[in-house]
Design a protein around this ligand. Structure first.
Ligand SMILES: [Zn+2]
Length: 254
């Protein structure tokens, strides 16, 4: 028998909010008209991962997420990834940022389908974060200028990719404990990810948002945070050259 909370969530699911409807419209435009998004969806399907008969309905969903997150992905029981887009942020962000968020998540999904990423492994996590940041366009010069970050033009892209990958990897529980934590991944806030959907026990993968919350719950000290950042930096440094120039499934940096 459902409790009150689940009954309320069932009711909410039955009556989509205005934000959800808008988010779905933005999402549907992106997955049918954004060449990078369309190409990645096709590439994921070619690898044999299930994106559903109608990917706009089954592979990418709008959901209410943690307000600092723009999107995220979660492994389903079969280990096929599912992507979430934060409905409130999708409405407030421009179409370009929504596309970047989708591409970022789709690169993770592609890597998951291609190589079964082990999220507890910081090197695996670092590699897919480097690729997602590099291929999504979130480190294009204009995005850094919008964030108020100016660097020498020659190298700002690489510096941005390193910074964002390090922030994401530092949220991995494996960065914070001697024993590997639950599989998870995360990216920095801004165009980042999360699934705010419930941390359902039926999923194999642990979503970055869940990992982030778990990490926060530990009430990390400054020293722990610093140690995590150093571990994350070491992981990103170790894989950077190999992963930054691995532009698959694109022939070159799009
Ligand atoms: Zn990421």
């Amino acid at each position: 028998m459902p409790d009150q909370a689940s009954a309320a969530s069932t009711l909410a699911a039955a009556a989509p909010s205005e934000a959800w409807n808008k988010c779905e419209a933005v999402k549907n435009r992106a997955i049918t008209q954004c060449p990078r998004v369309v190409f990645l969806l096709e590439a994921i399907q070619k690898l044999g991962c299930n994106v559903g008969e109608a990917p706009e309905k089954t592979f990418v969903s709008c959901a209410k997420l943690d307000e600092t997150k723009a999107g995220g992905f979660q492994l389903q029981g079969s280990e096929d990834p599912h992507i979430f887009l934060a409905e409130d942020i999708a409405v407030s962000l421009g179409a370009r940022q929504v596309e970047q968020t989708l591409v970022h998540e789709l690169v993770h999904a592609f890597d998951q389908c291609r190589a079964k990423v082990t999220w507890e492994n910081l090197l695996h996590h670092a590699c897919t974060e480097v690729r997602a940041s590099a291929l999504s366009g979130e480190c294009d010069l204009v995005e850094e200028v919008n964030r108020g970050i100016m660097r020498k033009v020659g190298g700002q892209g690489e510096a941005c990719v390193r910074r964002r990958a390090e922030l994401s990897v530092a949220m991995n529980p494996s960065c914070r404990t001697a024993v590997a934590g639950a599989g998870a991944h995360s990216t920095p806030s801004g165009q980042s990810q999360s699934n705010g959907a419930s941390s359902s026990a039926s999923t194999n993968g642990v979503h970055p948002a869940v990992a982030a919350q778990a990490a926060a719950a530990v009430a990390a000290t400054e020293e722990e945070n610093l140690r995590a950042r150093l571990k994350a930096k070491a992981a990103v440094d170790a894989v950077f050259d190999r992963c930054y120039y691995d532009t698959a499934p694109f022939d070159r940096m799009p």
